[in-house]
Design a binder for this molecule. Structure first.
Ligand SMILES: Nc1nc2c(ncn2[C@@H]2O[C@H](COP(=O)(O)OP(=O)(O)O)[C@@H](O)[C@H]2O)c(=O)[nH]1
Ligand SMILES: [Mg+2]
Length: 255
């Protein structure tokens, strides 16, 4: 089973809660601690269960392209060794007042990584909530939007308010254990010989970076026509554009 989500969603804590060990280091500040994708095997109801903890997108130290590469590589390695995933735990903090732009784009990327065929094997855990009533409302909002969880839910994904307890974590794992193991879209695509950029997730990330660049170029145009703009401000924007372009090139270079 794979645990995915943005940095700080509570992935590592979830894995530790299931295994009952503090074998993985969690992060108490905003910077992510999980640097690699790690597989941990434990026994649940007498069955051997392997959980994959992944670094989160939205990491401060690494680009999303780097994270996608790490996750893709680990998924390919497990796939090549004959291990298929029963399910995926997608954790999403739901403590914010509304769904932000970055949540929307991350969610789009996750969906492209998993593929429609895997949605019925996905449990979406809303984390970091304070009252159950509020959690249910936030979940409902996301279920009602096809661009967020709606399409996944229509195709069998189950959203739950995850309460950060071992019992809650085990309920999720037990439900996923019922499923037949299968492939994720990115595994299928990479196994068929596609490059990372050619995969649905790769293309999505390239598209998002392209949109970021277009926005930054617009900002740059505005700034250049602003008489009060300093050379340093202009250079800063140019650097940001350059970084995004580098990321796209990096994606091109593949795993
Ligand atoms: N309120 C709340 N805090 C959590 C939950 N899960 C994790 N945390 C805390 O959030 C921080 C980030 O958790 P971590 O597991 O490292 O997140 P990751 O980046 O997704 O691996 C840590 O300080 C955790 O103790 C949760 O379900 N609810
Ligand atoms: Mg982590």
């Amino acid at each position: 089973m794979q645990v995915i989500g943005v940095t700080g969603a509570g992935k590592t804590t979830f894995v530790n809660t299931v295994t009952g060990e503090n074998s993985l280091e969690t992060n108490d500040d905003v910077d992510s601690v999980t640097q690699e994708a790690v597989s941990i095997t434990c026994s649940i109801d007498g069955k051997s269960v392997t959980l994959i903890d992944t670094p989160g997108f939205d990491d401060r130290q690494r680009t999303e392209v780097d994270i996608l590469k790490l996750v893709a590589k680990h998924l390919m390695d497990t796939y090549s060794s004959g291990t298929y995933l029963n399910g995926v735990v997608f954790l999403q903090p739901i403590n914010q007042a509304r769904v932000g732009a970055s949540e929307a784009s991350r969610t789009r990327l996750f969906k492209k990584l998993l593929g429609d065929q895997a949605f019925h094997r996905v449990i979406i855990g809303g984390t970091m909530w304070t009252s159950r009533e509020d959690a249910e409302r936030k979940i409902e909002q996301r279920k009602n939007r096809t661009d967020i969880w709606g399409d996944m839910v229509q195709q069998g994904a189950t959203p739950v308010a995850y309460d950060n307890t071992r019992e809650g974590a085990l309920t999720i794992i037990r439900a996923l254990m019922e499923h037949q193991p299968g492939k994720l879209l990115i595994q299928e695509e990479l196994a068929s010989g596609k490059s990372l950029l050619e995969t649905s997730a790769g293309r999505e990330l390239e598209k998002q970076k392209g949109e970021d660049i277009a926005k930054l170029r617009e900002e740059l145009r505005d700034l250049k026509s602003d008489k009060e703009a300093t050379a340093a401000e202009i250079q800063h924007l140019k650097d940001k554009i350059y970084q995004k372009e580098e990321e796209i090139m990096e994606l091109n270079r593949g795993c």
